[in-house]
Write a protein that binds this ligand. Structure first.
Ligand SMILES: C[S@@+](CC[C@H](N)C(=O)[O-])C[C@H]1O[C@@H](n2cnc3c(N)ncnc32)[C@H](O)[C@@H]1O
Length: 326
């Protein structure tokens, strides 16, 4: 057993200050704010509070990520690892690491099957869109998910983990430690907010990120270029963003509080009437939200990639950019 307890059932559990509380307007896949804490999964709980506190106002909070609370001077990662090749059989992460996915706010309950299904749906949509673009990851190929958290999407690569080298990275060491323990034989590492990843040039066939650039305000361009560096020529990046289509869908179909959230930003900054290219709201690491005008991001990225497609509603209301490295 690793540092995190394996969840056996969908028993009552709660998540404290959820990262996804902030995600909600832009991540329609994620569910509503889980309730306030008496969570049993302490590591992530207290970590988030600490990271949040330390990250605010810090330009490079890159050394703040530990798989434990920062109160003690010693931490232990147990020598444990489980290997599964069936995404449905493999353990589910503890609730605090699920970032609200699979939580039903109205019922105040977590649903394991929703957590699983939501990840499978996004992964299937991505693979279908890539296939429509004439691309698939070959046997012997390499795939990287940036911002994988506790592997909600990555786990759907398990059936191919014998013939594809799969990697996941995230800023959250607590989630990455869990993935290392329970999602072997795939590979996971913690990265930082610096736009650098420890991989060689021209390394991956596919790099994807679901609802990550929707939270990267500073250094977003450098993250695109870092992604380009590690992609093989001809390889694809699949990156979801909140764009014109997302905004329109959100305003026409969105639930009341989602619309009012955007309305609030509009009231203070008048974004809806402005000819904006990119709107970054919030300065803290966990709570930044980024909205793009589709033509702005297309124009920018065309200088660096071949923009093959912008797929609407690829991830909830988020659209996905399919980028090809020339
Ligand atoms: C909304 S969650 C999505 C998690 C996962 N992609 C999914 O769909 O289940 C965003 C994740 O991106 C991570 N993240 C944000 N900026 C990042 C960066 N520069 N590098 C790696 N991970 C990042 C956050 O820590 C968080 O786990």
């Amino acid at each position: 057993m690793g540092i995190f307890k394996r969840e056996k059932s969908n028993k009552e559990n709660v998540q404290s200050k959820s990262e996804n509380a902030a995600d909600k307007p832009l991540d329609s896949n994620a569910t509503d704010n889980p309730p306030a804490s008496n969570a049993t999964d302490k590591p992530s709980d207290s970590l988030l509070g600490q990271v949040e506190a330390d990250a605010v106002g810090s330009v490079f909070p890159s050394a703040l990520y530990y798989p434990h609370t920062r109160e003690g001077r010693v931490y232990v990662i147990e020598n444990a690892q489980e290997t599964h090749l069936d995404p449905n059989e493999c353990p589910l992460p503890p609730y605090p690491l699920r970032l609200g996915y699979g939580y039903d706010a109205k019922q105040g309950k977590w649903f394991d099957e929703r957590f699983l299904k939501s990840g499978e749906t996004v992964t299937n949509r991505m693979n279908a869109a890539l296939s429509a673009d004439g691309f698939s990851v070959p046997a012997g190929g390499r795939v990287l998910e940036i911002g994988c958290a506790a592997g909600r999407l990555t786990r759907w690569w398990l059936p191919r983990a014998q013939d594809v080298e799969v990697w996941g990275v995230d800023l959250r060491a607590d989630a990455i430690t869990w993935c290392q323990q329970y999602l072997a034989p795939m590979n996971f590492i913690t990265n930082t907010t610096h736009p650098h990843l420890p991989f060689e040039d021209n390394h991956f066939d596919l790099v994807y990120a679901g609802s990550v650039w929707t939270h990267i305000g500073d250094l977003a361009d450098s993250w695109y270029l870092e992604t380009r560096r590690i992609l093989k020529p001809g390889g694809r990046a699949f990156i979801t963003i909140f764009d014109d289509h997302s905004m329109e869908t959100c305003m026409t179909k969105g639930e009341g509080d989602v619309v009012s959230e955007i309305q609030k930003i509009d009231d203070s900054h008048g974004i809806l009437s402005k000819n904006y290219g990119m709107v970054v709201e919030g300065t803290s690491l966990q709570r930044t939200r980024v909205i793009h005008r589709t033509e702005y991001i297309r124009r920018k990225l065309e200088a660096w990639f071949e923009v093959r497609e912008i797929v609407p509603e690829a991830y909830g209301w988020q659209s996905a950019l399919i980028l090809r490295k020339r």
